[in-house]
Design a protein around this ligand. Sequence first.
Ligand SMILES: [Mn+2]
Length: 388
Amino acid sequence: MNPDIPLQMLGGITAREFLRDYWQKKPLLVRQAISDFESPISPDELAGLALEEEVESRLILEHGERPWELRRGPFAEDAFADLPERDWTLLVQAVDQFVPEVAELLQNFRFLPSWRIDDVMISFATPGGGVGPHFDNYDVFLLQGQGRRRWKIGQMCDSDSPMLEHADLRILANFEQTDEWVLEPGDMLYLPPRLAHYGTAEDDCMTYSVGFRAPSAAEVLTHFTDFLSQFLPDEERYSDAGTQPASDPHQIQRDSLDRLKALLNEHMGDERLLMTWFGQFMTEPKYPELVAGTELSEDELLDQIENGAMLVRNPSARLAWSEVGEDLVLFASGQSRLLSASLRELLKLICSADVLHMENLGQWLADDEGRNLVLELVKQGSLEFADE
Ligand SMILES: [Mn+2]
């Protein structure tokens, strides 16, 4: 997409301007980001999802058995019958993985890397309902789907910000309001990480939260070094050949630190392994159990596609690709595969096409490496046959 075309989604500024002035920096309110927006799912359908075993959901009651009572799904069918008239909210995670029309909304965010997107959470709230004042460590776009919600924003927070005592929820003890707006269907509010916010329903309402993900520095270091260490032989150790005689054998000299830093830098600076780890880490599925492959032979794959079968990306899979030296690498749901540069267009196709079929896949199935890639992705579960 052209980053210099003004977008209605961003209130008439370009993706370039949004990324320069707002992304990760400050909030942006967009009235009618999507005009005449009609929520692709109803509150009843959302409640229905919260009954499903594989769906992650929560109910929060401001005046429950204790303040801000949290109940976790999956819920029984009668769970919604006894709820009070107001001041509660139902939150359902990753609705984009279960409702294709909700996944389609993500097309509006193609100016950001798809591997940065976490999920589309949808909340339904009765009047007064919300999750309390809080902050997140992630960027979020809050798109109003139905009814009206009042959003207040406040101070920038961090892990030292005082919280209410609560076993399950992170609710801010202090909220220093700086602004507030009432959002109507189609309105959208972008919030950068760590900005305090407090949303309450004005009437029965649904809000779509397009949430992003970024590994913490602690995660990057622990996970990358874990990954790296698999490739390091036990005999490779701290070494001090050529060291000087010690003036005091109890002192750790500065030159020891320099040797240690050289050892770290040699491995931490391995860009090939860093890219491989990062791609694998960022494409790990939110729910790995929903990416289950099927056994399939090459002949079966070809037969089916030649007979008109279509492949789609598993909505729970995550795909990305990258260049590593002269080669390409495809990351699929936490795994990586090194491929020759000639497969570039196939990788782009697999990552972006709505469906894969004989017409757009045909030439690649005649290529050994291409055919094998498609087969492996079906066996792994990142691609699956579309239901007719
Ligand atoms: Mn939030």
